[in-house]
Design a protein around this ligand. Structure first.
Ligand code: CA
Ligand code: CA
Ligand code: CA
Length: 547
């Protein structure tokens, strides 16, 4: 209707209640107008997005607006009714109607992700957007003695309070039993009761060794003796880890954090020497993040609808291209004219949803997108499993390249190639920023229409170059330069489409268009033959060797 977030192109609502889809007479809801033709809801970033329908409405309206915007924006570039877009009513302009996009905000089915399903024309595509975990930060500060003072890296517990700030004296638990099968100092593992020094724990922070019994057993025993909190010392040299609750755990009401063996051994030794140690245990957990506000994520998912309506996609390599096109659509839609001054800088996606406070630079991917090879140095070979990532750039994860064929990882390579071409368009003084963006949008939609089913990288490249060459030979050379810079030049050979590891890409850095054919022998009089041959070549587009 025209007074809620249910329109001809998009129906957006929260899907908080099973079953899947809008569930009438439940907590599932659309957002309604706040005044005629106005949807005015404010979002409170300090508030848990689960808590009020008002904050949910803000997220619904945001996702509704963005998905409608992309519908109209791509419509102008050729993704219209006849091309199979999603609309309730097609107004007699071809295609199959009855398929508005369903946008499900705060979807109950998962967390820390989003997805898109795309049935054939006439079936509504469905975008499901999940809530993402708020950032958890935690640490142990040793306050005194000065010889041990400092801030220690900690592992959190998957149980007990999420937020705390407790300062107290440390007490090493002595359970009086050294387990014969354990080599570690199991007098302090808190696996036997009663504790020899149980009376010392009240109002203190218990220090307990990892091992032999469950974390929750140790911590609940300390809690029973009045401990305010627990520090677990890892007994294995593997740093720290998140402490799991195990099956049917007791309810834990006190804070706990793990410290490493390296940090913990000197503390245990000092406590055994009856030194007085005071420490602070600190943990904060931010509220969830609603990915309905993450425009780059919403547009990425929208891209899957575009890609899968315009071509058939299956197999590891094609699905990697699908992810790359989707990331690129986000970059294309969100890059603004004021970004041009730093267009060779770093452009990350899903920074808000992933909420890596310590490393927002990366967003959700291994590296941000950039034409600067020291920021993003991916080339074609990096779609293959086992190809280590460049050491000349920072990466968030996956540096050994073991999982390069994972579709989002492979997508990074394709999107960085498209980004090269687009930045080339932006830098071309013939185009204003708006012209470059519009051209790119049109080239993208046309190339998806021209790409064969289940494409490999070379086929996807050729489809794009051919549709661009048909319009502007300078732009097609710009894109070829970008592909060649990233190893997908003229002589590149794509992995076999059936490979599940994208094995064996052959790189080429050749950006030279094939030489024009020699002019036909002149029989006298004609002077325009060579020029006509050139012109035909430009109009038809170059044909590139396919793998
Ligand atoms: Ca759903
Ligand atoms: Ca539902
Ligand atoms: Ca349709």
């Amino acid at each position: 209707s025209n007074n809620s977030t249910s329109g001809n192109n998009v129906q957006a609502y929260v899907d908080r209640v099973t079953p899947d889809g809008f569930t009438p007479l439940s907590d599932d809801h659309f957002a309604n107008e706040t005044s005629p033709a106005t949807f005015d809801y404010s979002y409170n970033f300090a508030e848990d997005p689960n808590t009020s329908s008002s904050i949910q409405n803000a997220a619904i309206v945001q996702a509704f607006y963005v998905t409608n915007y992309i519908h109209d924006w791509l419509y102008d570039a050729g993704f219209n009714e006849a091309a199979g877009n999603g609309q309730q009513n097609n107004y007699g302009r071809g295609g199959t109607a009855g398929d508005p996009m369903l946008v499900e905000v705060q979807d109950f089915e998962d967390r820390n992700n989003a997805n898109m399903s795309t049935p054939g024309d006439g079936g509504s595509p469905k975008m499901q957007i999940f809530l993402w975990d708020g950032l958890t930060q935690h640490q142990v500060e040793i306050i005194d003695p000065i010889t041990l003072a400092g801030t220690l890296v900690t592992g959190a517990a998957a149980f007990g309070p999420g937020d705390f700030d407790i300062t107290a004296q440390l007490v090493l638990v002595d359970d009086g039993v050294t387990d014969p099968n354990e080599v570690d100092s199991t007098l302090h593992d808190a696996c036997e009761t009663p504790f020899v020094n149980a009376a010392d724990l009240n109002g203190k922070i218990a220090v307990i060794d990892r091992g032999v019994c469950f974390f929750v057993e140790k911590i609940s025993r300390a809690e029973a003796e009045g401990a305010l909190a627990v520090i677990i010392i890892n007994q294995k040299p593997d740093g720290v880890l998140t402490m799991g609750a195990g099956d049917n755990p007791p309810v834990i009401n006190i804070p706990s954090l793990m410290i490493s063996k390296t940090d913990g051994d000197p503390i245990r030794t000092a406590l055994l020497n009856t030194e007085v140690i005071n420490a602070r245990l600190l943990r904060t957990t931010d509220v969830d993040r609603d990915a309905g506000l993450e425009n780059s994520l919403v547009i990425h998912e929208w891209g899957h609808f575009l890609n899968n309506r315009l071509l058939s996609i299956s197999g590891t390599q094609s699905q990697g291209l699908d992810e790359g096109w989707s990331d690129f659509l986000s970059l294309l839609a969100l890059t603004r004219e004021e970004d041009v001054a730093n267009i060779d800088g770093a452009f990350a996606v899903s920074v808000y949803a992933t909420n890596r406070k310590n490393a927002p630079y990366f967003g959700i991917r291994r590296a941000p997108y950039s034409t600067n090879m020291n920021i993003n140095g991916f080339t074609f070979k990096h779609i293959a499993d086992g190809e280590a990532l460049p050491t000349t750039m920072p990466v968030a994860f996956g540096s050994d390249g073991a999982d390069n064929s994972e579709v989002h990882a492979t997508g990074e390579i394709w999107a960085s190639m498209l980004w090269e071409g687009y930045v080339g368009l932006i830098k071309d003084s013939r185009h204003s920023f708006t012209q470059a963006q519009t051209l790119m949008k049109e080239y993208l939609v046309a190339s998806l229409k021209a790409t064969p089913a289940n494409p490999n990288f070379v086929e996807a490249r050729d489809a794009l170059l051919s549709v661009i060459a048909a319009r502007d030979s300078i732009d097609s050379q710009t894109f070829l330069n970008g592909f060649a810079k990233r190893g997908l030049g003229i002589g590149a050979i794509a992995p076999d489409k059936t490979s599940e590891t994208n094995a064996g890409p052959t790189e080429s850095f050749d950006n030279n268009n094939p030489a024009p054919p020699p002019p036909p022998p002149t029989t006298g009089g004609g002077t325009g033959g060579g020029a006509i041959s050139w012109l035909l070549l430009l109009l038809l587009g170059y044909r590139f060797k396919k793998a």
